[in-house]
Design a protein around this ligand. Structure first.
Ligand code: MG
Ligand code: ZN
Length: 228
């Protein structure tokens, strides 16, 4: 890459981080913990949220979702059935159809979010294994979802994504019996790029393991509010 091009990319990320800090201040002021949920398209982010956010209010955590997509509100419509606040953020209307969320896009959605009435905001990023990991949006923590239909090699091919998260959700384990998929090898690849990263094996379809995600969300929300 040419030196000037490197410089431009650095400037863009600097500007993004400045806005991310402003977002963070707004979230902190309202005591809201923010989780950035990332994955490839079709890994099961929305289905996982349908499962994991259901019952979170009973655990004392009031959650909302900021739903990032290039177009449409399919996932937001599904999640609104949980009777929690869901705000749709499309990247095609004014954000050039970007394949990730950045701090500025999230900033544009803040006036629509009921920050005073929630404890946890989950930001469902645009499905993409590359650039979402490059843009901080003001979050406290990041979750990466990878499904067993994607192959064991993904941590090695897209290391930033797997390195930039605090929890890896290994989804669709109900399909393992139909696949030539080596779970041990995936976890070894995971440890090669992010040694010891916390992980849970789940099936969003059957609900197996979803309790572990719910507990992680409760723990992360409590920890962040204890620090604030
Ligand atoms: Mg989705
Ligand atoms: Zn992108």
């Amino acid at each position: 890459m040419h030196r000037t091009k490197v410089r431009v990319v650095e400037d863009v990320l600097d500007a993004n981080n400045t806005i991310a800090r402003a977002n963070r201040e707004d979230f902190d002021r309202h005591g809201v913990t923010v989780v950035n949920l990332m994955s490839a398209p079709g890994a099961g982010k929305t289905r996982l949220l349908e499962r994991a956010l259901d019952g979170l209010a009973e655990a004392g955590v009031r959650a909302a979702v900021l739903e990032g997509d290039v177009q449409g509100s399919y996932d937001a419509d599904r999640l609104s059935l949980l009777h929690i606040p869901v705000v749709q953020l499309n990247t095609d209307g004014g954000f050039g159809g970007e394949c990730h969320l950045d701090a500025n896009m999230v900033r544009s959605a803040i006036p629509s979010l009921p920050l005073a009435d929630i404890d946890l905001l989950v930001i469902e990023n645009v499905g993409n294994l590359v650039c979402p990991a490059e843009f901080r949006v003001g979050e406290d923590a990041r979750i990466m979802v990878c499904s067993v239909t994607e192959g064991e090699d993904k941590p090695l091919k897209y290391p930033l994504m797997f390195r930039a998260c605090e929890l890896v959700i290994i989804n669709k384990i109900d399909l393992l019996e139909h696949l030539d998929f080596d779970l041990e090898r995936l976890e070894a690849n995971l440890d090669a790029v992010h040694p010891g990263v916390e992980r849970v094996r789940v099936s969003a379809r059957t609900g197996d393991g979803v309790d572990g995600i719910r507990e992680w969300l409760v723990r992360t929300t409590e920890r962040a509010s204890a620090v604030a």
